[in-house]
Design a protein around this ligand. Sequence first.
Ligand SMILES: C[S@@+](CC[C@H](N)C(=O)[O-])C[C@H]1O[C@@H](n2cnc3c(N)ncnc32)[C@H](O)[C@@H]1O
Length: 285
Amino acid sequence: MKNDLLHAIYYWLRNFYWTIIRRDLQKGKSLLLASDEITQEEKNLLDKVSLDINRKDTMYAPGRAVAYLSVGLSAIRCINKALENLSHNLTVKSILDFPGGSGRVLRFLRVKFPEADITASELDLNALEFCKNSFNVNIFPSKIPLSDVVNPNRYDLIWCGSLFTHIDEKEAIELLKFFYDHLTDEGVCVFSTHGTLSIEWLEDVNKNPYGIPDDYQKKVLSEYYAKGYGYTDYVNEPGYGISAVTRQRLNEMAKSVGDWNEIVFLEHGWDNHQDVYAFSRQKAK
Ligand SMILES: C[S@@+](CC[C@H](N)C(=O)[O-])C[C@H]1O[C@@H](n2cnc3c(N)ncnc32)[C@H](O)[C@@H]1O
């Protein structure tokens, strides 16, 4: 009897919580639709975008729906710039979102490219399954090391938001190679890194932008200044942490994996935070 009552209260509280989350996303969407900050084309995308949210989405915080949706729209803006800057007209028929997370950007790719064959990959299998069911995309699991990933396909557009930002230089070079190998000859790969703005934040003693201890911040900064790529693990998370890279070092790394060109560089172009690069085997305009 007592257990039944506790269960009923638990389910009521859980439903109440998710009603609030759904309202938060609806309200965020309405606020953005009414704002002057985004274009009519972006409002059209927002109008169609799915507001399905994964209960375990680590990128979404209750009350932060405007920020969550704005980050997705900002990614589309970066991708548009990359496509505009190619010397040829690219019809995007296939897309890889790597890592897709729980679909913060993927949901916008789905409505921006309704005809495209979209694939998401992730280490987090719960997030991957959520994306498959919510956004009608193909999925394949990622692996560590990347060389263990079995996927023979190539894509016209590869989007990688916020993964280079968390890995060391050796892994970043492997990731660039993976993208080079999975990009079509005409295709474009668009990805984000931490650059000069992140370095400014890390140097500011009044800020702790990435939640890491001071000596960890200093490690990133000293390696960044010494060799162009700085990295530290998060506390107790070997192999995953915070990185920052100069444009020069990033280009050297990209050139070391294949014959492709920087098409676009947008300094803190993704959501006024991360730098964005686009690379293609083709030339820029
Ligand atoms: C900061 S989140 C970004 C997720 C998504 N791109 C977004 O913007 O919402 C980083 C994601 O990278 C995933 N990840 C970390 N290492 C990975 C790897 N080697 N292969 C694929 N995904 C990885 C994590 O599981 C996490 O979901």
